[in-house]
Design a protein around this ligand. Structure first.
Ligand SMILES: NC(=O)NCCC[C@H](N)C(=O)O
Length: 401
Protein backbone atom coordinates (compact mmCIF):
# COMPACT_ATOMS: atom_id res chain seq x y z
CA UNK A 1 0.00 0.00 0.00
CA UNK A 2 1.67 3.24 -1.13
CA UNK A 3 1.12 6.05 1.32
CA UNK A 4 1.94 9.40 -0.22
CA UNK A 5 1.12 13.04 0.51
CA UNK A 6 2.82 15.98 -1.17
CA UNK A 7 0.32 18.79 -0.64
CA UNK A 8 -2.58 20.07 1.44
CA UNK A 9 -5.08 19.90 -1.39
CA UNK A 10 -4.38 16.97 -3.74
CA UNK A 11 -7.44 14.66 -3.96
CA UNK A 12 -7.74 12.95 -0.59
CA UNK A 13 -7.68 9.16 -0.95
CA UNK A 14 -7.01 7.77 2.56
CA UNK A 15 -7.22 9.47 5.94
CA UNK A 16 -6.61 8.38 9.52
CA UNK A 17 -9.26 9.40 12.06
CA UNK A 18 -9.95 8.54 15.67
CA UNK A 19 -13.60 8.17 16.65
CA UNK A 20 -13.73 9.58 20.18
CA UNK A 21 -14.73 7.05 22.83
CA UNK A 22 -14.60 6.48 26.58
CA UNK A 23 -11.45 8.58 26.91
CA UNK A 24 -13.67 11.66 26.51
CA UNK A 25 -15.79 10.47 29.44
CA UNK A 26 -12.71 10.82 31.65
CA UNK A 27 -12.82 14.61 31.35
CA UNK A 28 -14.06 16.44 34.45
CA UNK A 29 -13.89 20.07 35.55
CA UNK A 30 -11.01 18.93 37.77
CA UNK A 31 -8.79 17.62 34.98
CA UNK A 32 -9.98 19.27 31.74
CA UNK A 33 -7.34 22.03 31.82
CA UNK A 34 -4.43 19.66 32.12
CA UNK A 35 -6.02 17.38 29.51
CA UNK A 36 -6.26 20.38 27.14
CA UNK A 37 -10.06 20.63 26.78
CA UNK A 38 -11.96 23.89 27.26
CA UNK A 39 -15.27 22.24 28.16
CA UNK A 40 -16.66 18.85 29.10
CA UNK A 41 -17.93 17.25 25.90
CA UNK A 42 -21.19 15.31 25.65
CA UNK A 43 -19.64 12.03 24.53
CA UNK A 44 -22.57 10.57 22.57
CA UNK A 45 -23.10 13.78 20.63
CA UNK A 46 -19.36 14.09 19.93
CA UNK A 47 -19.46 10.59 18.46
CA UNK A 48 -22.46 11.52 16.27
CA UNK A 49 -20.61 14.60 15.05
CA UNK A 50 -17.53 12.56 14.33
CA UNK A 51 -19.57 9.95 12.46
CA UNK A 52 -20.97 12.79 10.32
CA UNK A 53 -17.39 13.91 9.59
CA UNK A 54 -16.37 10.38 8.56
CA UNK A 55 -19.55 10.01 6.45
CA UNK A 56 -18.85 13.31 4.66
CA UNK A 57 -15.42 12.00 3.73
CA UNK A 58 -16.67 8.55 2.65
CA UNK A 59 -19.42 10.16 0.56
CA UNK A 60 -16.63 11.82 -1.43
CA UNK A 61 -14.85 8.50 -1.94
CA UNK A 62 -12.26 8.88 0.83
CA UNK A 63 -11.07 5.71 2.59
CA UNK A 64 -11.37 6.28 6.35
CA UNK A 65 -9.04 4.34 8.64
CA UNK A 66 -9.62 4.28 12.39
CA UNK A 67 -6.69 4.53 14.72
CA UNK A 68 -8.24 2.19 17.32
CA UNK A 69 -8.68 -0.57 14.70
CA UNK A 70 -5.08 -0.20 13.50
CA UNK A 71 -3.92 -0.27 17.11
CA UNK A 72 -5.88 -3.44 17.94
CA UNK A 73 -4.49 -5.14 14.83
CA UNK A 74 -0.98 -4.06 15.80
CA UNK A 75 -1.41 -5.36 19.35
CA UNK A 76 -2.09 -8.84 17.97
CA UNK A 77 1.64 -8.88 17.16
CA UNK A 78 3.58 -10.02 20.25
CA UNK A 79 6.51 -7.68 19.78
CA UNK A 80 4.22 -4.64 19.45
CA UNK A 81 2.21 -5.67 22.49
CA UNK A 82 5.36 -6.10 24.57
CA UNK A 83 6.66 -2.72 23.40
CA UNK A 84 3.51 -0.75 24.24
CA UNK A 85 2.73 -2.44 27.54
CA UNK A 86 6.41 -2.05 28.47
CA UNK A 87 6.21 1.70 27.89
CA UNK A 88 3.11 2.03 30.07
CA UNK A 89 4.60 -0.11 32.83
CA UNK A 90 7.84 1.89 32.77
CA UNK A 91 5.99 4.86 34.29
CA UNK A 92 7.94 5.57 37.49
CA UNK A 93 4.75 6.71 39.24
CA UNK A 94 3.64 3.10 39.56
CA UNK A 95 6.28 1.56 41.78
CA UNK A 96 7.04 -2.16 41.70
CA UNK A 97 3.96 -3.52 43.48
CA UNK A 98 1.36 -1.64 41.49
CA UNK A 99 3.40 -2.27 38.33
CA UNK A 100 3.01 -6.04 38.85
CA UNK A 101 -0.77 -5.67 39.37
CA UNK A 102 -1.15 -3.54 36.26
CA UNK A 103 0.98 -5.96 34.27
CA UNK A 104 -1.29 -8.85 35.35
CA UNK A 105 -4.39 -6.83 34.48
CA UNK A 106 -3.12 -5.99 30.99
CA UNK A 107 -1.97 -9.53 30.30
CA UNK A 108 -5.57 -10.81 30.42
CA UNK A 109 -6.80 -8.35 27.80
CA UNK A 110 -7.24 -9.33 24.16
CA UNK A 111 -5.82 -6.93 21.54
CA UNK A 112 -9.05 -4.89 21.28
CA UNK A 113 -9.38 -4.68 25.07
CA UNK A 114 -5.76 -3.61 25.44
CA UNK A 115 -6.22 -1.01 22.69
CA UNK A 116 -9.20 0.37 24.62
CA UNK A 117 -7.16 0.69 27.82
CA UNK A 118 -4.19 2.28 26.08
CA UNK A 119 -6.55 4.94 24.70
CA UNK A 120 -9.08 5.43 27.51
CA UNK A 121 -6.58 4.87 30.31
CA UNK A 122 -7.13 2.97 33.54
CA UNK A 123 -8.83 4.58 36.52
CA UNK A 124 -8.01 3.70 40.11
CA UNK A 125 -11.44 2.16 40.65
CA UNK A 126 -11.18 -0.03 37.54
CA UNK A 127 -8.22 -1.95 38.86
CA UNK A 128 -9.77 -4.25 41.42
CA UNK A 129 -6.91 -5.51 43.58
CA UNK A 130 -6.86 -6.65 47.17
CA UNK A 131 -3.46 -5.13 47.73
CA UNK A 132 -1.83 -2.70 45.35
CA UNK A 133 0.83 -1.65 47.81
CA UNK A 134 1.56 1.84 49.03
CA UNK A 135 1.07 3.62 45.71
CA UNK A 136 -2.40 2.20 45.07
CA UNK A 137 -3.47 2.78 48.67
CA UNK A 138 -2.40 6.42 48.64
CA UNK A 139 -3.83 7.21 45.22
CA UNK A 140 -6.84 9.49 45.06
CA UNK A 141 -9.89 7.76 43.65
CA UNK A 142 -9.87 10.37 40.85
CA UNK A 143 -6.31 9.51 39.84
CA UNK A 144 -5.49 7.49 36.77
CA UNK A 145 -3.13 4.56 36.85
CA UNK A 146 -2.81 4.92 33.09
CA UNK A 147 -3.70 8.41 31.85
CA UNK A 148 -6.45 8.70 29.19
CA UNK A 149 -5.73 10.21 25.76
CA UNK A 150 -8.74 12.43 24.91
CA UNK A 151 -6.66 14.39 22.38
CA UNK A 152 -6.03 11.30 20.26
CA UNK A 153 -9.07 12.68 18.40
CA UNK A 154 -6.68 15.18 16.81
CA UNK A 155 -4.81 12.69 14.63
CA UNK A 156 -3.17 15.53 12.71
CA UNK A 157 -0.81 16.30 15.53
CA UNK A 158 0.60 12.89 16.45
CA UNK A 159 1.83 12.03 12.96
CA UNK A 160 1.97 13.43 9.43
CA UNK A 161 3.11 12.17 6.06
CA UNK A 162 5.61 13.94 3.84
CA UNK A 163 5.62 12.16 0.49
CA UNK A 164 6.04 8.44 1.36
CA UNK A 165 7.59 8.98 4.80
CA UNK A 166 5.89 9.21 8.17
CA UNK A 167 6.73 11.99 10.57
CA UNK A 168 5.96 10.67 14.05
CA UNK A 169 5.65 13.80 16.14
CA UNK A 170 7.33 14.67 19.36
CA UNK A 171 4.41 16.19 21.23
CA UNK A 172 5.10 19.10 23.56
CA UNK A 173 2.35 18.76 26.13
CA UNK A 174 2.67 16.04 28.81
CA UNK A 175 -1.03 15.15 28.37
CA UNK A 176 -0.39 14.15 24.75
CA UNK A 177 3.07 12.55 24.79
CA UNK A 178 1.87 8.93 24.99
CA UNK A 179 -0.18 9.39 21.78
CA UNK A 180 2.96 9.22 19.69
CA UNK A 181 4.06 5.92 21.23
CA UNK A 182 0.91 4.38 19.72
CA UNK A 183 1.62 5.79 16.25
CA UNK A 184 5.30 4.89 16.50
CA UNK A 185 4.41 1.25 17.21
CA UNK A 186 1.64 1.09 14.56
CA UNK A 187 3.90 2.43 11.80
CA UNK A 188 6.73 0.03 12.67
CA UNK A 189 4.70 -3.15 13.22
CA UNK A 190 1.37 -3.04 11.36
CA UNK A 191 1.67 -4.94 8.06
CA UNK A 192 -0.03 -2.09 6.20
CA UNK A 193 3.01 0.08 6.90
CA UNK A 194 5.72 -2.53 6.27
CA UNK A 195 8.79 -0.84 4.80
CA UNK A 196 7.67 2.68 5.77
CA UNK A 197 10.56 4.91 6.71
CA UNK A 198 10.16 7.37 9.55
CA UNK A 199 11.53 10.87 9.13
CA UNK A 200 10.95 11.90 12.72
CA UNK A 201 10.65 10.15 16.09
CA UNK A 202 8.92 10.98 19.37
CA UNK A 203 12.17 11.31 21.33
CA UNK A 204 13.41 14.27 19.28
CA UNK A 205 12.79 18.00 19.77
CA UNK A 206 9.11 19.04 19.76
CA UNK A 207 7.36 18.99 16.39
CA UNK A 208 3.55 18.68 16.09
CA UNK A 209 1.70 17.84 12.87
CA UNK A 210 -0.70 20.78 13.26
CA UNK A 211 2.30 23.05 12.70
CA UNK A 212 3.36 21.34 9.47
CA UNK A 213 1.72 22.46 6.22
CA UNK A 214 2.68 21.00 2.83
CA UNK A 215 2.18 24.23 0.89
CA UNK A 216 3.24 22.62 -2.40
CA UNK A 217 5.37 19.64 -3.42
CA UNK A 218 8.80 20.39 -1.96
CA UNK A 219 7.64 23.37 0.14
CA UNK A 220 6.74 23.03 3.80
CA UNK A 221 5.61 25.66 6.28
CA UNK A 222 6.38 24.91 9.92
CA UNK A 223 4.85 27.00 12.70
CA UNK A 224 6.97 27.52 15.80
CA UNK A 225 5.23 28.61 18.97
CA UNK A 226 3.49 26.92 21.87
CA UNK A 227 4.14 23.42 20.48
CA UNK A 228 6.79 23.09 17.77
CA UNK A 229 10.10 24.60 18.88
CA UNK A 230 12.72 26.26 16.66
CA UNK A 231 14.99 23.30 17.51
CA UNK A 232 12.28 20.90 16.29
CA UNK A 233 11.83 22.86 13.06
CA UNK A 234 15.59 22.86 12.52
CA UNK A 235 15.84 19.10 13.09
CA UNK A 236 12.88 18.44 10.77
CA UNK A 237 14.43 20.68 8.10
CA UNK A 238 17.74 18.82 8.30
CA UNK A 239 15.95 15.50 7.95
CA UNK A 240 13.65 16.38 5.07
CA UNK A 241 16.53 18.01 3.19
CA UNK A 242 18.75 14.97 3.75
CA UNK A 243 16.05 12.69 2.38
CA UNK A 244 15.19 14.95 -0.56
CA UNK A 245 11.59 15.42 0.60
CA UNK A 246 11.55 19.23 0.33
CA UNK A 247 13.73 22.03 -0.98
CA UNK A 248 12.31 24.88 1.13
CA UNK A 249 10.91 25.18 4.63
CA UNK A 250 9.22 28.34 5.77
CA UNK A 251 9.54 28.67 9.52
CA UNK A 252 6.68 30.79 10.82
CA UNK A 253 6.74 32.17 14.38
CA UNK A 254 3.27 32.16 15.95
CA UNK A 255 2.14 33.57 19.30
CA UNK A 256 2.54 31.13 22.18
CA UNK A 257 -1.16 31.23 23.04
CA UNK A 258 -3.94 28.69 23.14
CA UNK A 259 -5.86 30.39 20.31
CA UNK A 260 -2.87 29.93 18.02
CA UNK A 261 -1.48 26.68 19.37
CA UNK A 262 -0.68 25.38 15.86
CA UNK A 263 -0.09 27.02 12.49
CA UNK A 264 -3.23 25.30 11.16
CA UNK A 265 -5.35 27.30 13.62
CA UNK A 266 -4.59 30.44 11.63
CA UNK A 267 -3.97 29.28 8.08
CA UNK A 268 -5.08 26.30 5.98
CA UNK A 269 -5.03 25.74 2.23
CA UNK A 270 -8.21 25.42 0.18
CA UNK A 271 -6.77 25.49 -3.35
CA UNK A 272 -3.37 25.09 -4.97
CA UNK A 273 -2.87 28.84 -4.69
CA UNK A 274 -5.36 29.90 -2.00
CA UNK A 275 -5.23 30.04 1.77
CA UNK A 276 -7.92 30.64 4.34
CA UNK A 277 -6.29 32.93 6.84
CA UNK A 278 -7.03 34.74 10.07
CA UNK A 279 -7.09 38.40 8.90
CA UNK A 280 -6.17 39.78 12.33
CA UNK A 281 -2.72 38.20 11.82
CA UNK A 282 -2.39 37.95 8.04
CA UNK A 283 -0.27 41.06 7.61
CA UNK A 284 1.84 40.54 10.71
CA UNK A 285 2.81 36.93 10.04
CA UNK A 286 6.40 36.50 8.87
CA UNK A 287 8.44 33.55 7.66
CA UNK A 288 12.10 32.62 7.71
CA UNK A 289 13.03 30.82 4.51
CA UNK A 290 15.21 27.78 5.18
CA UNK A 291 16.98 25.90 2.39
CA UNK A 292 19.70 23.26 2.40
CA UNK A 293 23.21 24.68 2.29
CA UNK A 294 25.96 22.87 0.42
CA UNK A 295 26.96 21.01 3.59
CA UNK A 296 23.32 19.93 4.06
CA UNK A 297 22.93 22.28 7.02
CA UNK A 298 19.79 24.46 7.00
CA UNK A 299 20.51 28.00 5.78
CA UNK A 300 18.21 30.73 7.04
CA UNK A 301 17.07 33.86 5.25
CA UNK A 302 14.54 36.48 6.34
CA UNK A 303 12.23 37.28 7.93
CA UNK A 304 9.86 38.31 5.14
CA UNK A 305 6.07 38.65 5.12
CA UNK A 306 4.66 35.10 5.21
CA UNK A 307 2.42 35.54 2.16
CA UNK A 308 5.32 36.90 0.06
CA UNK A 309 7.78 34.21 1.20
CA UNK A 310 5.20 31.46 0.60
CA UNK A 311 4.33 32.66 -2.91
CA UNK A 312 8.04 32.90 -3.80
CA UNK A 313 8.79 29.41 -2.50
CA UNK A 314 5.75 28.02 -4.33
CA UNK A 315 6.72 29.80 -7.53
CA UNK A 316 3.48 31.79 -7.67
CA UNK A 317 2.96 35.48 -8.34
CA UNK A 318 0.80 35.66 -5.22
CA UNK A 319 -1.34 33.53 -2.96
CA UNK A 320 -5.07 34.21 -2.94
CA UNK A 321 -6.15 35.00 0.62
CA UNK A 322 -9.64 34.29 1.94
CA UNK A 323 -10.42 35.84 5.32
CA UNK A 324 -11.73 33.95 8.31
CA UNK A 325 -14.92 35.83 9.27
CA UNK A 326 -16.30 39.05 7.90
CA UNK A 327 -15.08 41.63 10.43
CA UNK A 328 -12.48 41.58 13.23
CA UNK A 329 -14.90 40.39 15.92
CA UNK A 330 -16.50 37.64 13.81
CA UNK A 331 -13.02 36.69 12.66
CA UNK A 332 -11.82 36.35 16.25
CA UNK A 333 -14.88 34.30 17.29
CA UNK A 334 -14.70 32.01 14.29
CA UNK A 335 -10.92 31.58 14.48
CA UNK A 336 -11.38 30.44 18.10
CA UNK A 337 -14.02 27.96 16.94
CA UNK A 338 -11.67 26.49 14.32
CA UNK A 339 -13.23 28.35 11.39
CA UNK A 340 -9.80 28.42 9.86
CA UNK A 341 -9.15 24.78 10.34
CA UNK A 342 -10.55 23.31 7.14
CA UNK A 343 -9.67 19.96 5.58
CA UNK A 344 -9.33 20.05 1.79
CA UNK A 345 -10.70 16.98 -0.01
CA UNK A 346 -9.47 18.31 -3.33
CA UNK A 347 -8.71 21.78 -4.71
CA UNK A 348 -11.69 24.08 -3.98
CA UNK A 349 -13.58 21.51 -1.87
CA UNK A 350 -13.22 21.41 1.90
CA UNK A 351 -14.85 20.23 5.12
CA UNK A 352 -15.53 22.92 7.75
CA UNK A 353 -17.50 23.30 10.96
CA UNK A 354 -21.03 24.51 10.11
CA UNK A 355 -21.09 26.97 13.02
CA UNK A 356 -18.59 29.31 11.34
CA UNK A 357 -21.16 30.79 9.01
CA UNK A 358 -19.25 33.99 8.23
CA UNK A 359 -16.07 32.16 7.24
CA UNK A 360 -17.93 29.51 5.26
CA UNK A 361 -19.78 32.23 3.33
CA UNK A 362 -16.42 33.87 2.53
CA UNK A 363 -15.15 30.54 1.20
CA UNK A 364 -18.23 30.00 -0.98
CA UNK A 365 -17.93 33.54 -2.34
CA UNK A 366 -14.34 32.78 -3.32
CA UNK A 367 -15.47 29.68 -5.24
CA UNK A 368 -14.58 27.11 -2.58
CA UNK A 369 -17.28 24.49 -1.96
CA UNK A 370 -17.78 23.82 1.76
CA UNK A 371 -19.09 20.57 3.22
CA UNK A 372 -20.40 21.72 6.61
CA UNK A 373 -20.25 19.35 9.59
CA UNK A 374 -21.51 19.81 13.14
CA UNK A 375 -18.82 20.34 15.75
CA UNK A 376 -20.22 21.86 18.92
CA UNK A 377 -18.94 18.98 21.06
CA UNK A 378 -15.86 18.04 19.02
CA UNK A 379 -14.72 21.67 19.17
CA UNK A 380 -14.51 21.60 22.97
CA UNK A 381 -10.99 20.25 22.54
CA UNK A 382 -10.14 23.26 20.28
CA UNK A 383 -9.63 21.50 16.98
CA UNK A 384 -11.42 21.39 13.63
CA UNK A 385 -11.55 19.11 10.57
CA UNK A 386 -7.84 19.49 9.73
CA UNK A 387 -6.80 18.78 13.31
CA UNK A 388 -9.01 15.67 13.38
CA UNK A 389 -7.50 14.07 10.29
CA UNK A 390 -4.16 12.69 9.19
CA UNK A 391 -4.08 12.29 5.39
CA UNK A 392 -2.08 9.21 4.42
CA UNK A 393 -2.74 9.22 0.69
CA UNK A 394 -3.46 12.18 -1.55
CA UNK A 395 -3.15 12.25 -5.31
CA UNK A 396 0.16 13.91 -6.21
CA UNK A 397 -0.49 17.55 -6.92
CA UNK A 398 -0.43 18.68 -10.53
CA UNK A 399 0.54 22.31 -10.50
CA UNK A 400 -1.11 24.68 -12.97
CA UNK A 401 0.99 25.47 -16.03
N1 LIG B 1 -3.80 21.00 14.97
C1 LIG B 1 -4.53 21.42 16.00
O1 LIG B 1 -4.70 22.60 16.21
N2 LIG B 1 -4.98 20.47 16.84
C2 LIG B 1 -5.84 20.72 17.93
C3 LIG B 1 -5.31 20.15 19.20
C4 LIG B 1 -6.22 20.42 20.37
C5 LIG B 1 -5.76 19.77 21.66
N3 LIG B 1 -6.75 19.93 22.69
C6 LIG B 1 -4.45 20.33 22.12
O2 LIG B 1 -4.46 21.28 22.93
O3 LIG B 1 -3.38 19.84 21.73
Amino acid sequence: MAHYVDSEVGRLVTVLLHRPGPELARLTPRNSDSLLFDAIPWVGRAQEEHDAFAAALRDRGVEVLYLSALLAETLAIDEARTELTGLVLADPRLGDTLRRRVSDHLSYLDPAGLSDVLIAGLAHEELRVRTGGLVYTLMDQHDFIIDPLPNLLFTRDSSAWVRDRAVVSSLAMPARRRETTLLHTIYRHHPRFAGTQLVYEPTLESVEGGDVLLLAPGVLAVGVGERTTPAGAERLARKVFAEGLAHTILVVPIAQERATMHLDTIVTMVDVDAVLMYPNLADALVAYTVVAGEDGEPQVDGPAPFLRAAADAMDLDALRVIDTGLDPVTAEREQWDDGNNTLAIEPRLCVAYERNVGTNAQLERAGIEVIPIPGSELGSGRGGPRCMSCPMVRDPLKLPG
